[in-house]
Design a binder for this molecule. Structure first.
Ligand code: PDD
Length: 291
């Protein structure tokens, strides 16, 4: 993945090599900040409003006051794509920290937040979209404010690494057997034509792709039941899938080595993949070709 040269730093556009931070930066020392990852298709943001709304919800939840409106911020993000002349598939990473100040747990006074954003290439993962992925299950040991897209990702990193070491793509997280989400995606179970997923409480991140899926199911007439499913339910599942800005709608075909739907992506998952491609204006319609 290659990074584009122009990045956004505060409200200025600079070369990526000229961004520096003092040692005493609260994101570095405390993970005191939040982030967003936004998908880009052919040089255009997908679900931008949803991501910017969530960014404002996250900063408000941790009492960081942003110095711009949503509209001003969206304009800056559009300008970032323009300045880089980006036209391909990619993603934006951005983070907001409480700022730079002498190390002290207490919030610093009169310090502005530090913000940066950059864009990089990211082709669609057509192999996993087509064939599906294997996942493990893992205890959810995170804090109780997972609706905030916090920079504190250590439990997520540990769970994802555990998955990787077992040649798996993701870890399905559970609290006492009730499935919350994955380490970096939302997760859903299909049984008897209905989709089940954890309600959007503090225990999960309300994914922007999930918000899109909530729209798709209404158009498709598929019931979406916001109810946590359990590890036992997985044994009886017709289909499983996960969603995120980087994974889109990805079928899950094995869980802890157990095949779901004989190891094949299911029909409802495929319908949602097609809906996703339409919604994101993906012209190749690759999913439709192999569904
Ligand atoms: N992760 N849940 C968690 C814990 C996540 O980290 C993510 C996204 C999601 C899905 O959110 P969305 O649909 O808005 O991408 C759910 C991003 C992609 C990341 O950390 O890289």
């Amino acid at each position: 993945m290659s990074m584009y040269p122009v990045i956004l730093s505060q409200t200025k556009f600079i070369h990526r090599d000229s961004l520096t931070f003092p040692i005493e930066e609260r994101a570095l020392q405390f993970g005191d900040g939040i982030y967003e990852v936004i998908r880009i298709y052919k040089g255009k943001y997908y679900l931008l409003d949803e991501h910017v709304d969530r960014l404002f919800r996250s900063t408000e939840a941790i009492k960081i006051k942003l110095l711009f409106t949503k509209k001003e911020f969206k304009n800056l993000l559009h300008e970032l794509l323009k300045r880089n002349e980006m036209t391909e598939d990619g993603k934006l990473y951005m983070q907001v920290s409480r700022g730079s100040a002498p190390r002290d747990h207490v919030f610093p006074k009169d310090v502005d937040p530090n913000i940066y954003a950059y864009v990089q290439t990211q082709p669609r993962n057509l192999v996993t979209l087509k064939n599906g992925v294997s996942v493990i299950t893992h205890r959810d040991i995170r804090w109780e404010n997972c609706f905030i897209k916090s920079l504190n990702l250590l439990p997520n990193v540990m769970a994802k690494q555990e998955a990787k070491e077992q040649n798996c793509y993701e870890a399905i997280l559970h609290r006492d057997g009730r499935v919350t989400e994955c380490s970096s995606a939302n997760v859903y179970l299909v049984k008897d034509g209905k989709i089940y997923t954890h309600p959007t409480t503090n225990n999960i991140l309300h994914g922007c792709v999930r918000m899109a899926v909530e729209r798709f199911v209404q158009e498709l007439g598929i019931p979406l039941i916001e109810e946590a499913f359990t590890l036992e339910d997985i044994n009886e599942a017709d289909e499983l899938f996960l969603t995120s800005s980087t994974s889109e709608v990805t079928p899950i075909v094995t869980v802890d080595g157990l095949a779901i739907n004989n190891g094949e992506p299911g029909n409802i998952t495929r319908q949602l993949q097609v809906a996703y491609e339409k919604d994101a204006n993906i012209v190749e319609n690759l999913i439709e070709n192999y569904a």
